[in-house]
Design a protein around this ligand. Structure first.
Ligand SMILES: Nc1ncnc2c1ncn2[C@@H]1O[C@H](COP(=O)(O)OP(=O)(O)OP(=O)(O)O)[C@@H](O)[C@H]1O
Length: 600
């Protein structure tokens, strides 16, 4: 059997799908967790659609902040695309089969399905609570998924990519992964026994020999190399694409894709051979197709697939999955976006190790938006990041409570803004284009700030798209600092508002600052939806005015009409983000007496 990659055919297939116009709205899941209002889901003229996925999470134990991190990255991308007017679908869910689950359920004397129901519910609850706006939630124990896996298996079999053989080699139950001898090393367990472990994960491996079904993975080595070499964006960031290519430099043996039922009962039976159970990773990866209705109605969404995964499952997404898809004659995902890990004292946070930070507890202490902001502001795709409560408190206090909250408070406090309105802009106080020799009252630094905030939506969008979300937040934070500097420099509280000229300048300072805040609120929606909503409501920005398209920063400065001028502010719902005390995460934070900049 020869495999042809047909990469150009695949590319053409993507293009034809992309050029199709409006997506039928009934294709969008009506799943109740979709939180973004449909008024933001108009499709732009290009008719672009996106299908974003997180990994489905293994339900051997309750979720930790690493899982929330994957979901928050995907949520940020999904929300930003919806706000830009695209049709975006965002799927997550739980992976519920395999030996590890079978053993975890046995250890607590529970029926596996009951065990899965409970843990899956925890994940679902976490995502609802954390404002993860997924449109689909899939469980691999659902009937629809069983049918899809059986169909997918049959396609692979009919096309001659499966054969029955004897697999003999190393297997890690913790990773549900087969390993070659070069991927294994010796170690000593806690009782001093010599054991073999996986070099990559450190988990124990066992020698197994059994008859099962093999997938002709070896035939895909060169098509996979071609795909990765010809599509620099196929696996991102670059270091992970490089890693996948390095793996392909080694041997790529055929892959065992079933287990004997006597060893593994908790899974989907091989069609036509009830003595064999389908390998949990083949089963799990097919979830991405189940969500979009494979084999009947998948093509539009499937051609726009964008996976977001942790680096621990790179091999499954950059090697096995594309090989399965090529074998089944399906298009490959457009992008596999990889992120690194949250660690605790340098060790990967993991359910199996138990060194986890509980996301329920943490968001209870620091708020949902606080935790989302911290994860996305500190997480760097290329590098691991150590979790630290002190760092979290410091960051949230400085960027959300003091800088952003303080700025909002200054602009809206009744002492400075007694009429509680979006004030008028005076162009003679801040004339356009006088950057070198200011003629009004604005200074060169003020023009620099206007320039930075004007460019900010483009900068932020680019960083969101490449999933360098921390860079987007860094850029927003730098602009917030500039705006605080602007207010501080001109000290509107010192102006005498009984003088017409001072009053105009006072109002202009507030107008410009509020315009900046409106941009920050709009751009922060994908990261901290609750906090951004509070900010925009306070400024009186209506829901339909919160899209990327509606940003139009400082229209009056450019000689155009500003719809916000003179508008009454929204109700005061308290400080934007309450300062946290440095409690090292042991107790609920106490509210400090006042927010630093709020004292103004
Ligand atoms: N420490 C972590 N940092 C970032 N993301 C993580 C982390 N742990 C898990 N994830 C996310 O969850 C996915 C895999 O989830 P999985 O259910 O295997 O979690 P796990 O804690 O590694 O479990 P286990 O310890 O049982 O292997 C990863 O690909 C990644 O997207």
């Amino acid at each position: 059997m020869k495999v042809k990659p047909h990469l150009t055919v695949l590319a053409r297939c993507f293009d034809s799908v992309r050029s199709r116009s409006q997506v039928s709205s009934n294709l969008l899941s009506k799943w109740s967790y979709l939180r973004i209002s449909s008024r933001f889901t108009h499709t732009d003229s290009s008719g672009k659609v996106f299908y974003i996925t997180t990994p489905i999470f293994y339900v051997n134990a309750a979720p930790h902040i690493g899982h929330l991190y994957s979901a928050a990255i995907a949520d940020c991308l999904h929300r930003s695309r919806v706000l830009r007017g695209f049709n975006s679908r965002f799927a997550t869910g739980t992976d519920e089969h395999g030996l590890k689950i079978q053993q975890a359920a046995e250890s607590v004397h529970k029926d596996p399905l009951r065990f899965c129901n409970e843990v899956s519910e925890r994940f679902k609850h976490l995502f609802v609570r954390s404002n993860i706006s997924c449109t689909d939630f899939i469980r691999t124990t659902e009937d629809r998924h069983h049918r899809t896996v059986e169909h997918f298996w049959t396609v692979l079999q009919k096309k001659g990519f499966l054969y029955k053989g004897t697999y003999e080699g190393w297997y890690s139950t913790q990773d549900e992964s087969f390993l070659t001898p070069t991927q294994v090393t010796e170690a000593t367990d806690v009782n001093g026994n010599e054991i073999k472990i996986s070099i990559e994960s450190g988990h124990k491996v066992e020698w197994m020999k059994e008859e099962n079904y093999m997938f002709r993975l070896s035939e895909f080595r060169s098509p996979l190399q071609q795909w990765l070499k010809e599509n620099p964006s196929a696996v991102q960031p670059e270091k992970f694409r490089h890693m996948a290519l390095q793996w392909l430099d080694d041997d790529l043996p055929d892959l065992s894709v079933s287990r004997q039922k006597s060893r593994l009962q908790w899974g989907i039976a091989v069609p036509g051979d009830p003595e064999q159970t389908i390998y949990v990773w083949l089963d799990a990866l097919v979830n991405y197709l189940t969500v979009v209705g494979y084999p009947e109605s998948h093509s539009l969404w499937w051609s726009a697939a964008h996976h977001i995964v942790g680096k621990d499952i790179l091999k499954f997404h950059a090697i096995y999955w594309p090989a399965f898809l090529m074998a089944a004659g399906l298009p490959l995902p457009q992008v596999v976006n990889v992120h690194s890990h949250w660690t605790v004292q340098g060790k990967k946070m993991s359910k199996s190790l138990g060194n986890v930070v509980d996301p329920f507890d943490t968001s209870e202490r620091y708020t949902v938006d606080g935790l989302r902001y911290f994860l996305l502001r500190q997480g760097v795709p290329e590098h691991d990041c150590d979790y630290d409560d002190t760092k979290l408190v410091k960051l949230l206090n400085s960027e959300l409570a003091d800088a952003l909250g303080g700025l909002l408070n200054r602009c809206t406090a009744p002492t400075l803004n007694p009429a509680q309105v979006y004030p008028y802009f005076c162009s003679s106080s801040f004339p356009k284009g006088c950057t070198k020799e200011p003629k009004g009252r604005a200074k060169p630094e003020d023009y620099k700030m206007v320039e930075s905030v004007t460019e900010l939506p483009t900068v932020v969008q680019e960083h969101f798209e490449s999933l360098h979300i921390y860079k987007a937040l860094e850029a927003i934070s730098a602009c917030v600092r500039q705006t605080n500097g602007f207010v501080q420099r001109h000290a509107p509280w010192k102006l005498d508002c009984t003088e017409a000229c001072d009053k105009q300048w006072h109002d202009t300072i507030l107008h410009v600052s509020m315009e900046c805040l409106r941009v920050y609120g709009t751009l922060l929606q994908p990261v901290v939806p609750g906090l951004a909503d509070k900010l925009l409501c306070r400024l009186g920005v209506r829901p339909e005015e919160r899209t990327w398209e509606a940003v139009h920063f400082l229209e009056k400065y450019r000689g155009r009409k500003c719809p916000f001028e003179g508008r009454t502010l929204g109700p005061d719902r308290g400080v934007l983000f309450t300062r946290l005390e440095r409690d090292m995460g042991k107790e609920k934070p106490k509210k400090s007496k006042k927010n630093k900049l709020n004292s103004q």
